[in-house]
Design a protein around this ligand. Structure first.
Ligand SMILES: Nc1ncnc2c1ncn2[C@@H]1O[C@H](COP(=O)(O)OP(=O)(O)OP(=O)(O)O)[C@@H](O)[C@H]1O
Length: 263
C-alpha cells in the first residue's frame, strides 16, 4: 500500500498546506476570519480554542465540506478550490470524525474500502479487499481481524481503523475532529500515539495531521505545534515545546474572560 503512496505526486519543496486570508460566514456570523497559516510535511498540529471559536468550520473548509467566502488554499504547491469532500479526498485530504468514522454493521475490510472497492469484472473483489486490508492493518500495527464487524471494535480501535483507512488512501493531510472525545483515557492515549507513530514513523515526511480537540493535554502529548483559535481567528501559533499546556489553557481562559468583560 505504501507503494501507491509513493506514487502520489508530492511536491515536498514547499509547505504541504498554505492557507491565505480565509473567511467563512454563516449568515452574519463570522465563523472563520483572516485565517492564514502554513503547514509543513510531518507536522502534527493541535487546533484548540473555546466553544464556537471556528475550529470545526476551518477543518470543514479544508476537507471540502464548506466553501470559504474569501481566501485561498494551496495544497502541495497548487491552488485548490474544493466543491465537495470527494474532491478534497482526491487531492489527499481526509477528515476523520468520531461518530461517522465507520459503519458498525459492516466488516472492517468493507469499511476500509468503502466507496473505493476494487473490482474484478463487474463484481466487488472481496478476496483482494480482505487480503490487502489484513496486510495493511498489520503494517500499521493494528491487531484486529478484518472480518470482524466494525461495531465489535472498541472506541479506540474504531478510531485507529478509521485513521489507518485515511492513510491507506494516500492522505497527505489528516484532519481529526475531536478524535478522543468519546474515548476512555487509555483509548485516547492509544489513538493519539497511533497518529504520532503514523505521521512520524510510517509516513514520515509524507503526511501531516491537524487534530481538533477540547482537551489541550491530550493533543499536547503528540502535537509539534499548537494553533489557538478565538472568534474565528488564529490568535496563537506556537511550537508546542515553547509553551506548556497549562500556559495555553491559561491563555484561552484569559481571552475568554476578556471577551466576557467586553459584553
Ligand atoms: N451550520 C451553522 N450555521 C450557523 N452558524 C454556525 C454553523 N456552524 C457553526 N456556526 C457558528 O460558527 C461559529 C464557529 O463554530 P465552529 O463549530 O466552527 O466552532 P468550534 O470551535 O468548532 O466549536 P466547538 O468546539 O464548540 O465545536 C460559532 O459561532 C457557531 O455558532
Amino acid at each position: 500500500m505504501s507503494d501507491s503512496l509513493e506514487r502520489r505526486n508530492t511536491d515536498s519543496s514547499g509547505p504541504l498546506l498554505r492557507v491565505k486570508d480565509l473567511h467563512k460566514y454563516y449568515g452574519n456570523t463570522p465563523a472563520v476570519r483572516e485565517v492564514s497559516f502554513e503547514l509543513g510535511y510531518g507536522e502534527i498540529v493541535g487546533l484548540v480554542g473555546d466553544n464556537g471559536a471556528g475550529k470545526s468550520t476551518l477543518v470543514k473548509i479544508l476537507a471540502g465540506y464548506h466553501k470559504p467566502d474569501k481566501g485561498e488554499i494551496y495544497f502541495k504547491g497548487k491552488k485548490v478550490e474544493f466543491n465537495s469532500p470527494y474532491e478534497a479526498r482526491r487531492e489527499g485530504i481526509e477528515i476523520v470524525y468520531q461518530d461517522l468514522a465507520l459503519i458498525s454493521t459492516m466488516p472492517i475490510y468493507r469499511n476500509i474500502y468503502l466507496a473505493f472497492e476494487p473490482k474484478r469484472g463487474i463484481f466487488i473483489d472481496k478476496k483482494t479487499m480482505k487480503e490487502e486490508a489484513r496486510k495493511f492493518l498489520k503494517s500499521m500495527g493494528i491487531d484486529v481481524d478484518p472480518n470482524k464487524l466494525a461495531g465489535e471494535l472498541s472506541g479506540g480501535q474504531r478510531q485507529m481503523v478509521a485513521i489507518a483507512r485515511a492513510l491507506m488512501f494516500q492522505a497527505n493531510l489528516l484532519l481529526l475532529d475531536e478524535p478522543t472525545s468519546a474515548l476512555s483515557v487509555y483509548e485516547a492515549r492509544e489513538t493519539l500515539n497511533f497518529v504520532s507513530r503514523a505521521i512520524k514513523d510510517t509516513y514520515r515526511g509524507r503526511a501531516s495531521a491537524i487534530i481538533v480537540s477540547h482537551n489541550i493535554h491530550h493533543v499536547y502529548s503528540v502535537a509539534t505545534r499548537i494553533l489557538v483559535m478565538d472568534q474565528g481567528k488564529i490568535v496563537l501559533d506556537i511550537p508546542s515545546k515553547e509553551m506548556s499546556p497549562i500556559e495555553v489553557e491559561e491563555y484561552i481562559v484569559k481571552i475568554t474572560k476578556e471577551k466576557a468583560s467586553q459584553r
